[in-house]
Design a protein around this ligand. Structure first.
Ligand code: SF4
Length: 377
């Protein structure tokens, strides 16, 4: 078994640079042959050691949130990271991972080979591909360097747009890359009051916004995820201020898409959240069980919160594509005043919006009939 293409020196050098993960010890023995990666069962213990591992099997697939009862965005995911150095009280990983070892896949060539094989099957389509399914896309970057390699490696694939989704401000290693506009850097955001209480160890909102500025200056397109929106007594004022802060920095024409969703989790996760994060208020709200087996805020409250945010977004960035995550047709109708006809239609509309606003990303306009006849890969 060969060593992975990660240099030990880069770990040692970057350890002190990473504010968010400075308490994490790095296993300097890189490669499964020299020291097999342990299986860590305890979720929080697993966050303390980063392991770089080989790619085993396919890692490109549909987003696990896809569900027939909801209109989804049809993003694809690359499971390049598992577990996360941050500690959000609502994180589904605490109830999902059977192995909590913090790990990043190091062999970028193997990842890119799989991406090329998959996207070649539908060359007419723009694939949005996120690397955030089981962790944060950027939080470990100054330790691993793998995301930077991926950004440059996919920059020449014509029908790919990589999305790096983060709550980090540790973006220095992304700033001088030849990304060719094919990487969208996105932030999950909440008012600082929520960040402080529910998103433990993440960058503050002020730090995230400062990082956004540097990323915008480096020429990247950006995206925002108001997901999960969290209800608390001053939520209106909190989200209003948050949008003011964000759009003081983000030029609307560089904002690709915005997702909105609310707090949701499997019912059995409530006890785990309360045990792991006793200071959290996330489980205090009234919630109802949905058909997908998750509890969420009651519909009138979700609609009220979404409508409030959507109206603000329409003022700040009316051109950006706004979509709801894991919501039904009727909620779309109530909040946005329209609804896509299907997940495939939503995917097409996102591609059409991008083609109109970022024409350099596609060589021809997207065709609805192709998107709607697409098979899942
Ligand atoms: S940043 Fe995302 S993956 Fe990391 S702990 Fe928070 S919710 Fe979980």
């Amino acid at each position: 078994m060969s060593k992975l293409p990660i240099k030990k020196a880069s770990f040692a050098a970057s350890l002190s640079q990473s504010k968010a993960v400075k308490q994490i010890k790095i296993n300097h023995t890189i490669g499964a042959e020299a020291e097999p990666m342990p299986r860590v069962k305890d979720y929080q213990s697993g966050k303390k050691h980063l392991h770089i591992q080989e790619k085993r099997g396919d890692i490109f697939h549909d987003c696990s949130s896809m569900h027939d009862d909801y209109i989804c965005c049809n993003v694809k995911v690359l499971a390049t990271v598992s577990n996360c150095p941050y500690e959000c009280s609502y994180c589904f990983l605490q109830n999902y991972l059977t192995d909590s070892t913090l790990s990043v896949i190091g062999d970028i060539d193997a990842i890119v080979t799989e991406v090329k094989q998959k996207v070649a099957k539908e060359p007419w389509r723009l694939f949005r591909i996120g690397t955030w399914e089981l962790g944060d896309s950027v939080a470990l970057e100054s330790l691993s360097g793998t995301t930077s390699e991926l950004v440059e490696a996919v920059a020449d694939i014509d029908n790919v747009l990589i999305e790096l989704r983060t709550k980090s401000d540790d973006v220095a290693s992304l700033l001088n890359l030849n990304h060719k506009g094919r990487t969208v850097v996105s932030w999950t955001v909440n008012p600082q009051e929520v960040v402080k209480r529910e998103e433990y160890r993440t960058a503050s909102i002020a730090e995230r916004i400062a990082a956004m500025k540097t990323i915008v200056d480096a020429g990247y397109p950006v995206a925002l995820h108001f997901d999960p929106m969290i209800h608390y007594p001053d939520w209106r004022e909190g989200y209003r201020e948050l949008l003011e802060q964000l759009f003081a920095v983000i030029p609307p024409e560089r904002l690709t898409w915005v997702s909105i969703g609310s707090l949701r989790f499997n019912p059995e996760m409530k006890k785990i959240m309360e045990s792991n994060y006793p200071g959290s208020h996330a489980t205090r709200a009234e919630m109802v069980l949905g058909d997908d087996g998750k509890v969420r805020y009651i519909k009138p409250l979700r609609v009220e919160m979404y409508q409030f945010l959507y109206e603000l977004l329409q003022r700040y960035a009316p051109e950006a594509y706004v979509y709801l995550c894991m919501e039904r047709w009727d909620v779309w109708q109530k909040v946005l005043g329209w609804q896509p006809e299907s997940t495939q239609h939503n995917d097409f509309l996102m591609a059409e919006n991008l083609y109109q606003r970022f024409p350099e990303l596609m060589s021809a306009p997207p065709l609805r009939e192709l998107y709607e006849s697409s098979d899942n890969l």
